[in-house]
Design a protein around this ligand. Structure first.
Ligand code: NAD
Ligand code: UDP
Length: 326
């Protein structure tokens, strides 16, 4: 069995990946600086004999004898990555350099969690890996988009120059339990708003599209990518090709939660991509992979998660009120 390092392991996707790797019998080192990750995401893994938690920032070098690295450390929601954009660029670029340096030193494989954002506001639809993208290099999203593009460049150069075994996947919008309730992403926002009968905030006219992938499908794709031959470097799109407008998503969430929420419109953020859908032909051929969980089924599980989160938050509020005597 292998020793696997997961950077960003206490985050939404990272925590599911750590869980799955432990189920497969590997030793997992979960590294995180807890910027957007939460201890509660991995609390159930702490104490597992093959699980180690390390508080560390990927912008600083880290050394450990490992067989594989999954490099996920980076805030992923626009609200979070724009909070400290310089740090976001540093995390992507210096994080990649540090993890690729480690991979070179210990001769292990590294999978880079890249993103559909490398296509920017795409002029080719659906997005295929050979498309170079349409990215604003100086806008509010650039810290994330260009940081991730540079990380891909570094992966390719470490591969060509030093023979480091790298695997690049481009992840499309992913959702599921353990998304941070207030991280501003559309699926968590809409569900949390709907469950509380609050207004559903659609940015712009809601005709922009996204393709939503359930987290378990992504984790399966990640493991399959890591298992490919050394010559399979990618990049490979990992996403669900089902495409929905943001208005359709809002209506679906309202319907599934039986909410009394109304849809309201807010200004569209700068450089918000108009349409996004992955071409997953390469993943089908190379990994024999495709998503198996459709939006309805994935939303059901995610709604159940947020219902429980809100219930617990309300219990906490009630308890605090009790203490204050109010
Ligand atoms: P997340 O914010 O829940 O997780 C990111 C994790 O990285 C957090 O635990 C955070 O604390 C940690 N982190 C951030 N900066 C760090 C640093 N400097 N050092 C160490 N740890 C740091 O986000 P997520 O949705 O789980 O995304 C995980 C990865 O997948 C990211 O690299 C993201 O770019 C990529 N991705 C996600 C999506 C998506 O839809 N969720 C889409 C494309 C790509
Ligand atoms: N969005 C929205 N309301 C929200 C949050 C997001 O209409 O409360 C829109 C956002 O403008 C974008 C889409 O939903 O068009 C997806 O946003 P998200 O931040 O989840 O991901 P990304 O833009 O990075 O794909």
């Amino acid at each position: 069995m292998k020793t696997v390092l997961v950077t960003g392991g206490a985050g939404f996707i990272g925590s599911h990946l750590c869980e799955r790797l432990l189920q497969e019998g590997h030793t997992v080192i979960c590294l995180d600086n807890f910027f957007t990750g939460q201890k509660k995401n991995i609390a159930h893994l702490v104490g597992h004999p093959y699980f180690e938690l390390v508080r560390h920032d990927v912008t600083q070098p880290y050394y450990a004898e490992v067989d594989e690295i999954y490099n996920l450390a980076c805030p992923a929601s626009p609200v979070h990555y724009q909070y400290n954009p310089i740090k976001t660029s540093k995390t992507s670029v210096m994080g990649a350099i540090n993890m690729l340096g480690l991979a070179k030193r210990v001769r292990c494989k590294m999978l880079q969690a890249s993103t559909s954002e490398v296509y920017g506001d795409p002029k080719i639809h659906p997005q295929v890996e050979t498309y170079w993208g349409n990215v604003n290099p100086i806008g509010l999203r650039s810290c994330y988009d260009e940081g991730k593009r540079c990380a891909e460049t570094l992966c390719m150069d470490y591969n060509r120059q030093n023979g480091v075994r790298v695997k690049i996947i481009r992840i499309f919008n992913t959702y599921g339990p353990r998304m941070f309730m207030h991280d501003g992403r559309v699926v968590s926002n809409f569900i949390v708003q709907a469950l509380q009968d609050q207004d559903i905030t659609v940015y712009g006219d809601g005709t922009q599209t996204r393709s939503f992938q359930y987290v378990d499908d992504l984790v399966e794709g990640m493991l399959r990518m890591m298992e490919t031959e050394d010559s399979c470097v990618g990049p490979v799109n990992i996403g669900n090709p089902g495409e929905f407008t943001i208005l359709e998503l809002a209506e679906k969430v309202i319907g599934m939660t039986g909410s009394k929420s109304k849809i309201i419109h807010k200004p569209l953020p700068a450089d918000d991509p108009v349409q996004r859908r992955p071409d997953i032909g390469l993943a089908r051929r190379m990994l024999d992979w495709e998503p198996v969980i459709d939006l309805e089924e994935g939303l059901k599980k995610t709604i159940a998660y947020f219902e429980e989160e809100l219930r617990q938050a309300n219990v906490c509020k009630e308890n605090n009120r009790g203490k204050d005597g109010r």
